[in-house]
Design a protein around this ligand. Structure first.
Ligand SMILES: [Zn+2]
Length: 340
């Protein structure tokens, strides 16, 4: 089958690799309908995360089940499925507590790669959710978004306790940040402040429910959030970047007693204990337990109540994966869909 393979920083090639097979009786093999490039794929692409030799890329996916192992009960060949970027058994104590992305048997799909024609999905029963039927073609981008960026933005908003009567600030205007805006709105937030300095992203944030836009960053961004919230800071802040600056901006933007949901994949963030101590905020984050939210998100998409697929502003065939990476790296695209 064909798959996108990273050979060295900046060098993605689509080439033939071995077809996946059922290895464990709990596995499924799916034929991808669509996949995409994630902001977190850019870390190894940029050489910020080192890679050893050629590695298949990707961890977001929707597609049709082709084959299942003997112990798989909930999905069957022919089902259209959406799954999380982390495979999970769905049965361990951590999964049952709502944290499948920290399942004791978890497998990060990035270790398998899903920017390919087919993929093996471990723990199919715990990982995959079938849609009610084969989806209309125009729903595919939104269902694909549920696999990671929507689920991650949603978790950011939930972790930040976005809800009625709350002012939510979102740090980061990538796909996750934009979808955290959407999530905050669905969760009933009263006011949603999107932090962005890009016009097209500001517009999408407004369409997703942002009531205010802040273009300043760092200390100036924090000052602006305080100004908009009577000097107090936001009740809820979603951090959707993962850098030192964005994390400080998020914690600084939250009021005492407020909540920060941090879902940007953290890179070399060092927090000062003293700043943390005096910030007096709740911090909750990490790799989003997307599987927890999938049934609800699929239902909202199926009923056309949300349209998270709008974050895809570039759509290319899998063969052009290299261009999809370039476009995202150069910030010419918010998020690139690869049709298979
Ligand atoms: Zn588990």
């Amino acid at each position: 089958m064909r798959a996108a393979v990273l050979h060295a920083p900046g060098e993605v090639r689509v080439e033939e690799i071995d077809d996946p097979e059922i290895i464990e009786p709990t596995d499924a093999v799916i034929r991808l309908t669509a996949t995409c490039v994630c902001g977190s794929d850019l870390w190894p692409y940029r050489g910020v995360e080192s890679v050893d030799g050629p590695v298949p890329m990707g961890h977001e996916y929707v597609g049709v089940v082709e084959e299942v192992g003997d112990q798989v009960r909930t999905v069957k060949p022919g089902h259209f499925v959406v799954g999380s970027f982390v495979a999970s058994d769905g049965t361990c104590e951590i999964c049952r507590a709502g944290y499948p992305s920290s399942c004791v048997h978890r497998v990060f799909m990035s270790q398998i790669g899903t920017q390919s024609e087919r993929a093996r999905i471990p723990w199919a029963d715990g990982t995959l959710v079938a849609t009610p039927d084969l989806p209309d073609l125009d729903l595919v981008p939104s269902l694909l978004a549920a696999s990671d960026v929507l689920g991650t933005g949603w978790f950011g908003a939930v972790a930040a306790e976005a809800g009625p009567g709350r002012t939510v600030a979102v740090v980061g205007d990538g796909a996750v940040g934009l979808l955290a805006v959407l999530a905050a709105g669905r969760l009933g937030a009263e006011r949603i402040i999107a932090m962005s300095r890009h016009e097209a992203r500001q517009k999408l944030a407004a369409d997703f429910g942002a009531t205010d836009i802040v273009t300043e960053r760092g200390d100036e961004g924090v000052a602006r959030i305080k100004e908009l919230t009577g000097g107090l800071g936001a009740h809820s802040v979603v951090e959707a970047v993962g850098t030192q600056e964005s994390m400080q901006q998020a914690i600084g933007s939250a009021r005492a007693g407020g909540h920060v949901g941090f879902v940007g994949v953290s890179h070399d963030v060092a927090l000062s204990g003293e700043d943390l101590f005096f910030s007096q905020v709740h911090l909750h984050g990490g790799p989003a337990p997307v599987r927890r939210f999938l049934p609800e998100l699929i239902d909202l998409i199926w009923q056309r109540k949300i349209d998270p697929g709008r974050v895809f502003d570039l759509s290319l065939p899998l063969d052009q994966a290299a261009e999809a990476y370039r476009a995202m790296d150069e910030r010419r695209a918010v998020k690139a869909l690869l049709s298979v």
